[in-house]
Design a protein around this ligand. Sequence first.
Ligand SMILES: [Zn+2]
Length: 478
Amino acid sequence: MHRSIWLVWLTIVLVACQPIAVPAPSAPAATLDEWSEGTPGVGDPIFPLLGNGGYDVQHYTIELSVDVMRNEIMGATSIRAEATLPLRSFTLDLLGLTVEKVTVNGAPAHFTRDGQELTIVPIAPLAASVLFTTVVTYAGTPTPIRDAHLDFVEQGWNRRDDVIFVVSEPQGAMTWYPSNNHPTDKATYTLRITVDEPYVVAANGVLREEIDHGARRTYTWEMAQPMASYLTTVVIGEFVRITEATSLGVEIRHYFPPQDADRLTQIFATTDEMIAFYGDLIGEYPFDAYGAAVMPFPLGFALETQTLPIFGLDLATEGVNAHELAHHWFGNAVTLASWDQIWLNEGFATYLQRLWLEHKLGREFLESGMRRYYEMLSAMKTPAPGMVDAQNLFSISVYERGAWVLHALRLRVGDELFRQFLRTYYARFKDGVASTEDFIALANEVSKQNLTGFLRSWIYDETLPPIPEVSQSFPASD
Ligand SMILES: [Zn+2]
């Protein structure tokens, strides 16, 4: 996520998966008392009801017919999951909409709804470790979540003018499909969306198929690498698809409003060079495709929806593109383990955005910018980046002091070890999640120093720590 209020400095520069035939456990090994109800949340410190325990999703197939003018959806989501406990029942997160039918392994299942919890009771319990497929058929008008703490965004499925776009961080995925709605359960996705002509559908991953039905058209998108539910998106509108030359085999396709396409094509022309820069610094780009979906109106934010970040027209800039692209390594491939650790997403993306500017404009530019933010943070009363709650999930401290955690580590250990740290952290946690404790342990491991106290003070102390002495291995300023 990137919010417009942080732009002060930046503006200087520039399946249908068929249900798998899993036999119902006719002679289950567990006795009746051992069957679990699953749990209605995974215990996130900020959002305790998000996610669900007892199973691990492998793949979602979301098949929806969308009436853009009426803002109505109708269809089904198929969820292939593995039971991690013997389950008599389990829950999915879904808010609003009307559920018409639920099946588990092809057989009708009983279901009840309570707030965001959709509780499903299959006709036969599910033994631990079995793969099972749940199909939820539903319809209605999705209602985005309005959270008083995050008043700059309506989370989930949004319709404005003739455009539909999905921006879910942190909770909104459950406004348009049932899911295990927590970053700890990543899965692959197929998104099959049917709309009236002349609307175009963009979504996560690679466009695999387009079927013309005359007045309607079906688009099938495939996200082949694991994705957290908050990063799923669908964009529907009268967009033009602009493809950019690529040097690394990553498909670059942007979706721009027709009237702004020429100007935006110029702004986003450095995308290929950025992918190469970050790839060289951190490790190979994790996904098959990348591109911006720019809305024909301002939003006041941009969001790193996987392979297809959403930009308000007001934030369609090279600097914000560097931020959203950087999230694809840190945030999307390596994902935060819980929402109170969001500095791991935003601190990395903010600092890596600065490294792109350093690459273009030099070390002195980076240092003077970091010093300005240090002074700004010193003068403000903000919580430490590791001490956030729902109210300051996207606070300046999460971004700027989060970036300072990384800069302080770099100053302390020197450029060589810092680079090694970035590469190792990415390689080790790619396709999964990482926590602040993982971050600190790896910094100790790579540097062969005990940096626990040093890093904890940057992450958790109320008072901003002093800028560290520059390491001996730090190269002279250019
Ligand atoms: Zn961000």
